[in-house]
Write a protein that binds this ligand. Structure first.
Ligand code: ARG
Ligand code: GLU
Length: 720
């Protein structure tokens, strides 16, 4: 009897304690003191919430920036030195590289301020303050409003709150919804616009393991790069100018060479992009059973084709390296995510939770009235949404994945202009010419032709006939079902796959030439799919998504009402968050246990001069052979490379500082373990791990490998 009761209690715990597994949660910095400080300290933290986020004095938040639009970086010196991932700085490093200055192969180290390289367009956004503005934003919003009335009211309110603020302030602000639109916060930011490249290791360190090791543990990637924030002589953000000076930050992170050990408390401070932890089971089912499989197959087909040609020609491998990385990244992520949800029985868990939710909702007339219809409404809406979402996925992953089709899309403008009898302005011509040159630089027609024929075939097979453009139906009758023959003819007849011809076309362009474009078979293909999307997919998709926004908002509020004692964290939305956990290995599968750290030893084990991803330079080998790690060696004499911990992170957390109990920098976040990538939908403390570069490997590479110790001198190194 007692035993049964305990089992039941445990089951109820598992079901209802949704948002609070150890390690789970991406918390709002300004609410840490109220919600998390106590727990963080119990887990080992020695500092206070006020040290992390304060608006009265300088605090750690003043040392963190959103790097560009998709990563995090931290300030590590009083001269505005910024540390982020190699993969976050990659496009800048690549842009500065040339045959004479091959920074990808050799690395780059500015020996002085003059040698630091500007990156127009790159920004670093620092959060100055955040304020709750829910009441003002929702002022005038009523239950009776339609979703679009509600949205326009909110937009107006937010617009005037921001206008009022910006009138009085030197800073910029924006407003973001939290908890699916149940709360709103104003985020006040300062945006730095002169960010210079200071250092990067060679890519065989910064990308060691490449796409093969991506998302995986054990990992050995030296995934870091260094930048510096510059400001005008007045200390304020400014566009690049020679007289700009290094930024003097209010806060910069001290670096600890003490390392981490099993069980140590760590926290990660950064900009997670998007999670969806509070979805109903129907949504999880749609994503895992209906959306991911198709996207995975389409990407896999593409990657196989990339690989086939890359293996035949090293030039092609270089052309397709970054495309490969981009396609492969989320391909692998989706596989891990689906496997993780299956392994957790994620859908049944949500179903069980929903049963409990229904029981609760039906237990009072008031709740029943408010929430009784929610779950059936979700079910009905997701049933309608699923085929449309899948079609939209295929539009992006099968149609626009064909490079030439996506390229044809950039000529849309010409047709629009000629319809209105407007001329094409010289600067537009230049823009299209630049796009054209850039496009063909890394374009290999045989790959793209094979991609087109394979992906269109899959589209034809998987997507309902009501979403088929006419020409797809004709491949059977006209080409005897031979997709290669069809594709061959498309490429033979099109002029868009010929760089010179396109450039001449643009140079001589007159409005009447738009006919040539409209009759081009590639443009026709693009046009045909685009109209299907615009006419038969988008309208219903937007309507259903609006309906879901409203249902999800109510469901979120309901879940919070059902568990008033529970701490909830809002889904990630590219605002600054804190997540915390403990250093810990994990068991990825039966009989296998992973240790929490990797060492240089493992780099040598993986070394293979014939495999691009596993090349190790002689210089690194020599340091390894001599065990010449200087003050960066761990206590046991090894050179630590990376470690894992239970911090709940996602895309955008790349480059985030990983901090110890004292708030000192011990690592740089750069990935998650594959087995735990379902944490965007559902966190499992057994296998969800973030992967961090050990800060000592970073220091070792800068100092010992690159001989750029003068950069280390600039940092605050503490050893204990
Ligand atoms: N998986 C990591 C992150 O999303 C690293 C991605 C870059 N590396 C790569 N091999 N594609 O996003
Ligand atoms: N590499 C990812 C990024 O770019 C972080 C990995 C993750 O999704 O956790 O943000």
């Amino acid at each position: 009897m007692r035993f049964r009761l305990i089992v039941i209690l445990i089951v109820i715990q598992i079901i209802t304690r949704w948002p609070a597994f150890a390690g789970e949660g991406m918390w709002i910095p300004m609410l840490l003191e109220q919600l998390n400080e106590k727990e963080m300290q119990e887990m080992g933290m020695k500092i206070s919430a006020e040290d992390i986020y304060s608006i009265n004095q300088s605090s750690m938040k003043d040392g963190i920036v959103l790097f560009g639009r998709g990563c995090t970086a931290e300030i590590i010196s009083e001269q505005g030195l910024l540390l982020t991932n190699y993969h976050c700085g990659f496009s800048q490093i690549q842009k500065h590289s040339s045959v004479e200055h091959d920074y990808l192969t050799n690395g780059f180290w500015a020996m002085s301020g003059e040698e630091e390289l500007p990156n127009p367009g790159l920004t670093a956004t620092m959060m100055v303050e955040m304020r709750e503005v829910t009441e003002q934003v929702l002022d005038g919003v009523t239950e009776e409003m339609t979703e679009s009335e509600r949205n326009s009211m909110i937009r107006n309110n937010a617009g005037s709150i921001i206008a009022d603020f910006e009138e009085e302030s030197e800073y910029q602000a924006f407003i973001r919804p939290f908890f699916s639109g149940n709360a709103y916060y104003m985020i006040i930011v300062e945006i730095f616009r002169d960010i210079r490249l200071v250092g990067a290791p060679p890519s065989n360190i910064g990308k060691f393991g490449g796409d093969t090791d991506n998302w995986m543990w054990p990992r050995h990637t030296g995934d870091f790069s260094l930048f510096r924030i510059y400001v005008g002589p007045d200390g304020k953000p400014a566009d690049y100018a020679e007289e700009n000076v290094p930024y003097r930050p209010k806060y910069h992170f001290p670096i600890s060479t003490g390392g981490v050990e099993q069980g140590d408390f760590t926290f990660v401070f950064g900009y997670p992009a998007r999670t969806s932890e509070y979805l109903p089971s129907d949504a999880i089912e749609m994503i895992i059973e209906e959306q991911n499989p198709g996207k995975i197959e389409l990407r896999e087909t593409r990657l196989d084709i990339f690989n086939k040609y890359s293996n035949m020609d090293p030039k092609v491998r270089i052309q397709y390296a970054s495309k490969h990385a981009r396609v492969s990244n989320y391909w692998k992520k989706m596989i891990g995510e689906s496997a993780g949800i299956h392994r957790m029985n994620g859908i049944s868990r949500k179903v069980a939770y929903e049963e409990e939710f229904s029981n609760w909702a039906n237990s009072s007339p008031e709740w029943k009235e408010k929430y009784g219809e929610l779950l059936p409404a979700f079910e009905e809406t997701y049933a309608l949404l699923t085929p449309l979402n899948v079609t939209y996925d295929y539009y992006r992953e099968a149609v626009l994945a064909v490079e030439i089709v996506n390229y044809a899309r950039s000529f849309r403008k010409l047709i629009e202009l000629s319809e209105n009898n407007d001329p094409l302005l010289p600067e537009e011509v230049e823009k299209l010419k630049t796009r054209t040159t850039a496009f063909f630089k890394d374009y290999y027609r045989p790959i793209d032709a094979e991609v087109m024929s394979s992906l269109f075939q899959i589209y034809y097979r998987d997507i309902g006939p009501s979403f088929h453009p006419e020409f797809l139906e004709k491949v059977d009758s006209k080409y005897d079902g031979n997709w290669e023959a069809f594709t061959r003819e498309v490429f033979e007849k099109s002029f868009l796959d010929d760089e010179q011809e396109v450039l001449v076309f643009l140079d001589e362009y007159k409005s009447k030439h738009s006919r040539k474009l409209e009759k081009d078979p590639v443009y026709e293909i693009y046009q045909a799919f685009e109209s299907i999307y615009l006419e038969r997919v988008r309208p219903d998709l937007s309507e259903l998504n609006a309906r879901l926004d409203s249902l999800q908002r109510i469901y979120m509020a309901a879940q919070m009402e059902m568990q008033p004692e529970e701490r909830f964290y809002p889904d990630a939305n590219f605002t600054l968050r804190v997540t915390y956990g403990n250093v810990d290995g994990y068991r990825p599968s039966d009989a296998v246990k992973y240790r929490y750290y990797t060492t240089l030893e493992g780099i040598m084990e993986k070394e293979n001069p014939d495999i691009y991803d596993y090349v190790v330079e002689d210089k690194l080998k020599a340091l390894y052979q001599a065990r010449d790690y200087g003050k960066y060696a761990a206590e046991d004499g090894t050179m630590r490379v990376a470690f894992v911990a239970t911090n709940h992170t996602t895309g955008g957390n790349s480059g985030s500082p990983v901090l110890n109990a004292e708030g000192q920098l011990v690592g740089v976040n750069f990935d998650r373990c594959w087995e735990g990538t379902m944490s965007d939908l559902m966190y499992d403390p057994d296998v969800c791990r973030n992967i961090s570069l050990d800060i000592r490997y970073f220091l070792f590479i800068v100092d010992k490998f690159a001989g750029a110790g003068y950069l280390v001198d600039e940092m605050d190194i503490v050893s204990d």
